[in-house]
Design a binder for this molecule. Structure first.
Ligand code: MSP
Length: 534
């Protein structure tokens, strides 16, 4: 196996989403976080491969299609398109969209299965147990609630299964997995999830079934086509299939040659076991290095309540985006919720957070400052050298190491901390402009001081826009353009990312005398609609 990953690449995935229903806000949440990381890594000059996609086999999809009178493939095509539509609206710049019904995927799954088979890790046995079709997972009897219902899908009764299945020898990997967790303490994050996994593994791992009989909608087990491969075994490999370049043959060798091991699998906490236990064991069995990190984020609630169709309180991501736009939605979820913990959506809170941070603090500051620069400095960046600004200037003092702090936060996936550190510079700039009152300084003929004040603020706005660009790329572009740059954060290919990163990450690079653009509101105040709350 040739895995030759360079340090200058970064590969990451969202889960491959089920296509039984249109996308929900939970899928949008994982995907916007992944997109922010992908953009952050690109900004750092990394070559990025960002994978998302859809998980299209299994009983859940087959049943949904039957209920709707569609063929399973028609059902998949329809819903896969609605995911793509949502990603466009949410301004997601993915590189590959992996669909598990793609022909090339079948080739990868069969080759992988063969390897695991040859390693003597697959055997036939009888499987009895309770199966939740919505989870596509067997449940222990003690896990079931209300006399036989799935604890996650509380309106779905678990179904009894008693059939011959192929099993994967997970138990054989007990100590290898324990060494993986020990030698790579960062493998599972955040640390609370790591503990959950360690506890689960400590109880002793049991082999799990990886095939189904009487289910057509899946990939046939190569040595025994009466069986189809269990949807999770198939789906996890969708990450690998996505690594094959379009012009390459779909082989494991090709797939793993450049981007493997994956840097990051971003998932929700409900599917942690599949990613942090089953998946690395499957890979070890096939002689493939496990991924570097699995991060399990928390669950979203709405107005403090668990969301669900049966509860009638889901949040439609399309309606949310149509009402408020991509930057606002991305900012709310990534700023408001500590990534890793559960978090809540509430529309009033949404409007308040956005108005406070982006409309009032950020947008108004830019608008006021640009108007003053027009009046007092001929609509140019004041002719000030950043190095001549004293180190105790409150904005310079924060600005000089802001990049380090925000970069660390992005590396740790602490989006909320990144946002707070950035907005702190913006709020400090607001205080500074009020204290310094450049309009009075101007009247008193203190032109040099006026220029220092305005330069410091414009530069702080620029750095804040730059650092926030993985989260609010369109807003950041608008701000950059009003500052006189031609940079478009949505078109990373239009600038040399590495050089750009090296210069723009520091406080003090705004070119003196650069012509400024026209001052226009960059973020309009949001109004909470009187009717039709989301
Ligand atoms: N198909 C599998 C993943 C296979 S990956 C090889 C799957 N799909 S899913 O569509 O059901 O779930 C996708 C993601 O949505 C999961 O990461 C899950 O945690 C997330 N969420 C589902 N409901 C959620 C919330 N209420 N809040 C946040 N995320 C939630 O599982």
């Amino acid at each position: 196996m040739t895995e030759q990953k360079s340090n200058n690449t970064f590969s990451l995935t969202t889960p491959l989403y089920y296509v039984n229903d249109v996308p929900h806000i939970g899928s949008a949440y994982t995907t916007m976080a992944a997109d922010a990381i992908a953009r952050f890594q690109r900004l750092q000059g990394k070559e990025v491969l960002f994978i998302t996609g859809t998980d299209e086999h299994g009983q859940k999809i087959q049943r949904t299609a039957e209920e709707k009178g569609l063929s399973p493939q028609e059902q998949c095509d329809k819903v896969a398109a609605s995911f793509d539509n949502l990603w466009q609206k949410l301004n997601i710049q993915y590189d590959r969209f992996s669909r598990t019904t793609a022909e090339r995927h079948e080739a990868i799954v069969k080759e992988f299965f063969q390897r695991v088979w040859e390693n003597d890790d697959i055997y036939l046995a009888q499987k009895q147990g309770w199966y939740c079709v919505s989870c596509e997972e067997f449940k222990e009897e003690r896990e079931l609630v209300n006399d036989g219902y799935c604890p996650i899908h509380i309106n779905k009764k678990a179904e009894w299964r008693d059939e011959e299945n192929y099993f994967f020898r997970l138990s054989k990997y007990q100590s290898k997995l324990e060494s993986l967790y020990e030698n790579h303490p960062d493998f599972i994050q955040p640390s609370s999830r790591r503990k959950e996994v360690l506890n689960f593994v400590k109880q002793g791992l049991q082999d799990f079934s990886i095939s189904r009989v009487n289910l057509d909608w899946g990939i046939e087990v190569p040595p025994d086509p009466k069986h189809t491969i269990y949807v999770w075994f198939d789906a996890l490999l969708g990450y690998v299939t996505a690594l094959v370049d379009p012009e390459q043959d779909p082989t494991l060798e090709n797939a793993l040659s450049r981007w493997w091991p994956m840097n990051l699998h971003l998932i929700g906490k409900d599917i942690l076991r599949f990613h942090a236990v089953y998946w690395p064991a499957m890979l070890m069995s096939a002689g493939v290095t496990p991924p570097k990190k699995v991060f399990g984020h928390g669950f979203l609630t709405k107005d403090g309540q668990k969301m669900g169709k049966s509860l009638g309180n889901t949040l439609d991501p399309i309606a949310l985006l149509d009402r408020y736009g991509a930057d606002a939605v991305r900012y709310y979820f990534l700023r408001e919720i500590e990534f890793g913990q559960d978090g809540d959506f509430n529309e009033t809170r949404f409007v308040n957070v956005l108005n406070a941070d982006l409309a009032n603090d950020f947008g108004n500051l830019l608008n006021r400052t640009l108007k003053m620069a027009k009046k007092y400095c001929g609509n140019q960046v004041p002719n000030v050298k950043a190095k001549d600004i004293p180190a105790d200037n409150p904005l310079k003092a924060i600005g000089v190491d802001l990049n380090d702090r925000v970069t660390e936060a992005y590396h740790n996936l602490s989006f909320s901390q990144a946002c707070k550190a950035i907005i702190n510079l913006v709020s400090t700039s607001n205080k500074y402009i009020d204290e310094q009152a450049p309009w009075s300084l101007y009247k008193q003929g203190e032109q040099t001081q006026v220029e220092i004040v305005l330069y410091s603020i414009l530069e702080s706005i620029r750095l804040s826009a730059y650092l926030l660009s993985p989260i609010t790329p369109t807003l950041s572009t608008e701000i950059y353009q009003q500052l006189g740059f031609t940079i478009d954060f949505n078109q990373p290919s239009c600038f040399n990312q590495e050089t750009f990163f090296k210069t723009h990450q520091s406080w003090g690079i705004l070119p003196p005398l650069q012509a400024l653009g026209e001052a226009k509101p960059v973020f309009l105040r949001l109004e909470l609609p009187e009717e039709n709350p989301l």
